[in-house]
Write a protein that binds this ligand. Structure first.
Ligand SMILES: Cc1ncc(COP(=O)(O)O)c(C=O)c1O
Length: 412
């Protein structure tokens, strides 16, 4: 690529990360199911370890080669290069075994005993569990920012804040958080010390939201969702504008063993080539279906970024380019109506997870958010009648017919 004319990320996600000359001129990457790599000499092995363990810097332009697949391997590197190229503002990326291992490895790399992770609710249920129940076992306190008042939270905990953590749009109510405002408040209240801002960008992906361009330092993904895109891999990933920060997280990854294995990384890279096609089609489908859902008498409220108003709409305009394909709806009649709806679906499958080519539906209150406290459920708007839909790439009229039929059944 000519650095004066960089490709659009849509092009880079197809072409970046793989050089056919390194693999018998194959046009797509092979899989390297290999655990350990040979060195030409004992001196080279010793040098590679010194660099890998941070005892010596790599020489400019030097490639010290591969050592062992828990540290690094060709398929992870190729996927990481493709993701870095797809993410606006990214200079480095890292692949993981799952979204949760990306989140846990990142927070364990950045927070130390006695420090605080400030976060805004709601966050994904697994993240919530890790923050509230596991981090305290390492003497790291997770403090929710009440009412989105970052100024007050930073004034109170600024000295001890190690990381700021947000999810936007948030799971499952799609609440948007103003990343530029959070970043400005962090820089103002904690001057002279860098507090990394970590954003879970799983819902909109690098296609529709670029957190690194809006003040975030690390952008996290459950790659199980849109990046993988076919509900056939479990994986995680992150990108960052700061290669040094990613180096620290990768060092933790090497010792926890949370790098994804070669086949998973290969699947992810294969999926990167269709990321734009899938996400754009899914977002268009969802936007059409929102009108169908809004018009049905069984539905009390529809949550989708295309419907935001007021300040939430302002944030959406500022930091997103399309609304994406996650839609939540609140049904009249609470849990009973929600269950009738889910049980009547025929095309849309009843399953947790999201972002795959097939449409899925779930009841967050009794599944993905079932471990959340009453207070958090209330604060996050996770009601008994709330159903979350992940819209796939099917013909939208077939989806509309299935949803209408199930909504009729929801009325009892
Ligand atoms: C927003 C979000 N972040 C993180 C995760 C965790 O990802 P994984 O299941 O790949 O560990 C999920 C999973 O549902 C999620 O929805």
């Amino acid at each position: 690529m000519d650095p004066r004319h960089p490709f659009h990320p849509q092009t880079s996600s197809v072409s970046e990360g793989f050089d056919p000359r390194l693999s018998v001129m194959a046009v797509r990457p092979p899989i390297y199911p290999v655990s350990t790599y040979a060195f030409a000499t004992a001196e080279q092995a010793a040098h590679a370890f010194e660099v890998a363990l941070g005892k010596l810097p790599a020489r400019p332009g030097e490639d010290v080669g591969l050592i062992y697949s828990r540290l690094n391997h060709p398929n992870a590197e190729m996927f990481e290069d493709a993701l870095r190229a797809a993410e606006k503002g990214a200079k480095a990326a890292a692949a993981f075994t799952s979204g949760m291992s990306a989140i846990a490895t990142t927070l364990l790399s950045l927070a130390r005993p006695g420090q605080v992770v400030l976060y805004q609710r709601p966050v994904y249920g697994g993240t919530d569990h890790f923050l509230r129940h596991m981090l305290p076992e390492w003497q790291v306190e997770a403090v929710p920012v009440e009412g989105g008042d970052w100024a007050a939270a930073l004034a109170r905990h600024g000295d001890r804040v190690a990381v700021v953590y947000v999810e936007t749009p948030a799971n499952p109510t799609l609440q948007m958080i103003d990343l530029q405002a959070v970043a400005a408040e962090v820089r103002r209240r904690v001057p002279g010390r860098r507090v990394p801002i970590v954003v879970d960008n799983t819902f909109l992906g690098p296609v529709f939201q670029s957190p690194l361009r809006h003040g975030a330092d690390v952008c996290l993904y459950s790659a199980t969702k849109f990046l993988g895109g076919h509900s056939d891999v479990l994986a995680g990933a992150l990108t960052s504008s700061d290669p040094e920060l990613v180096g620290r997280i990768k060092a933790t990854r090497a010792f926890l063993g949370t790098i994804c294995e070669p086949f998973t990384a290969w699947m992810l890279q294969r999926s990167m080539a269709t990321l734009w096609l899938r996400m754009v089609k899914q977002s268009k489908n969802a936007t059409r279906l929102v009108d169908v859902l809004k018009a049905h008498p069984a539905v009390a409220v529809v949550h989708h970024p295309s419907l935001l108003t007021g300040d939430q709409a302002r944030i959406y305009q500022q930091q997103c380019t399309a609304p994406g394909s996650i839609v939540s709806l609140e049904l009249h009649g609470g849990r009973a109506a929600a269950f009738r709806f889910l049980n009547a679906l025929q095309l849309v499958r009843l399953a947790v997870s999201l972002g795959g080519v097939e449409s899925l539906a779930c009841h967050p209150r009794t599944t993905t958010a079932s471990e959340m406290s009453e207070e958090d459920l209330k604060a996050g708007g996770v009601t008994e009648g709330l159903v979350r839909l992940s819209i796939g790439v099917e013909w939208w009229r077939d989806l509309a017919a299935d949803l209408r039929r199930a909504l009729d059944a929801a009325r009892g």
